[in-house]
Design a protein around this ligand. Structure first.
Ligand code: SF4
Length: 316
């Protein structure tokens, strides 16, 4: 007796699901996260609007929250898991307004999409020449390249909704007011913080500099991580893969507390293989140049020690 075959893991888009069934590999596909990302997926298929489907980008934000006893939230759909406060269907506004949004990172793009759905006139000003902000940096990691779906889907929706974008535009007061806005939304995100020690901050570069490739790392690097999220591990991967020796130090009791469960494993698989070391409860206190090397002092309040690093901070 032939049993039907069923597959239910990581089929994120309709094209892949159709191919798996049409090619005879399986009889049925289970898609759970696809429905969390876009609860209107079936309606969009019936209406032949497959290009409008918001596809899961595999970020595991949802599973990480669940495994910590939290809600099943979605990094790509803010309304998922919050339906009592935030509707999955956006209704047109009663009065049309002219809305200027500063910043085309994920927050600015989502604001633009929602405002466009509400039938407002929307203009987005962005200082860079591309949209995406920190998502674009995250997607530099080959494991995270699907994250660009967060940007690409919003850009495609914004285009359909007639949202106008002005790239390479520094949004000072004059530039914003020249658009004659009714509403201004500032979605400029944050800047890296490199004023971390009592002396020698001029020798410190940010994780963004490393991930973006703006700064070429040397053969030995010390990463000081007082944020505990993905940026430090992603920078560590970048340096370690470029055959550098990396030590990650944190003032916390554990390293990378914000990178939980499923997302930590792929980092550790690579970083342990490349002999990356982790030091907890030590803070970066000072950095000074000694010849071609940097000498970093790290301290815990109880002990202090020095680490040599060969981080070349010359920008490309
Ligand atoms: S959080 Fe990420 S993995 Fe989970 S449903 Fe949303 S896009 Fe998919």
């Amino acid at each position: 007796m032939d049993f039907p075959t069923f597959h239910a893991v990581r089929i994120q888009d309709i094209a892949t699901a159709c191919f798996a069934i049409e090619s005879g590999r399986i009889d049925m596909v289970g898609m759970m996260r696809a429905h969390m990302t876009d609860p209107h997926i079936v309606r969009k298929i019936i209406e032949r609007r497959e290009n409008d489907i918001r596809s899961c980008v595999g970020a595991n934000y949802c599973l990480n929250y669940i495994y910590q006893g939290g809600m099943a939230l979605c990094i790509h759909n803010a309304a998922t898991g919050r339906e009592l406060e935030m509707l999955q269907t956006i209704r047109p506004a009663q009065a049309k307004r002219r809305i200027v949004i500063v910043g085309a990172g994920p927050a600015g793009l989502e604001a633009a999409r929602v405002a466009g759905e509400r039938d407002h006139e929307v203009i987005v000003l962005e200082a860079m020449n591309d949209p995406g902000g920190q998502i674009r940096l995250t997607a530099q990691n080959v494991r995270c390249k699907e994250m660009m779906g967060i940007v690409d889907w919003r850009m495609a929706q914004c285009e359909k909704l007639g949202v106008r974008f002005s790239f390479n535009t520094w949004a000072d007061t004059e530039t914003v007011l020249a658009q004659n806005p009714d509403v201004v939304i500032v979605a400029t995100g944050s800047m890296p913080h490199t004023e971390v020690c009592r002396e020698g901050n001029e020798h410190v570069v940010s994780s963004w500099d490393i991930i973006s490739g703006d700064v070429k790392p040397g053969a030995k690097a010390l990463i000081f991580d007082d944020a505990g999220d993905h940026a430090a591990l992603q920078a560590a991967e970048t340096i370690a893969q470029a055959s550098g020796r990396v030590e990650v130090t944190t003032p916390d009791r554990t390293f990378s507390p914000e990178v939980v469960s499923m997302n930590l494993v792929p980092y550790m698989r690579l970083l342990q293989k490349l002999a990356t070391t982790f030091t907890v409860t030590f803070r970066l206190e000072a950095v000074r140049r000694e010849g071609s090397e940097l000498l970093a002092t790290i301290g815990s309040g109880l002990w202090r020690r020095e680490e040599r690093a060969a981080l070349r901070s010359d920008r490309r």
